[in-house]
Design a protein around this ligand. Sequence first.
Ligand code: FES
Length: 156
Amino acid sequence: MRNGFGISMNKSEETISISNNNGENLLVLLEEEQRKSGYLSQEFITALAQSLDTPVSEIYGVISFYSFLSNKLQGRNIIRICKNLPCFLKNSELIIKCITQELGIKPGQTTPDGRFTLVLTNCIGACDKAPAMMINNDIYGDLTPQKITKILESYK
Ligand code: FES
């Protein structure tokens, strides 16, 4: 019998839970593997789907929904640039162009040396400092092209 996952929200704790009938939380399992291996391999996804008796497509659906999950090998540092309207209105396109030129990669790509992966993402909660981006867990706001080089240099 198929073991589907249901999504529930706990507003008081502002958490979203994706759990099956056995209480296994798919998001927690995916986060753990992402943290451990740096990405979610095809082998891991297939094995997880089998062990949870869940369609692979359901797991890919969750992975594609959350920008912090990836089924591609990622760089040591993940740059997430906000693509939403408040940042767009504050010239985030210029910041994206500056970073793509500096690193020689497009959004969704990783530098050949594995130093950076560039990702466009939804709001990172720093709208008051738009345009904003995250590198790993660090938030940078009020970005200008002049700030970008210095920020990138600080990540090895
Ligand atoms: S819209 Fe860009 S950080 Fe919120």
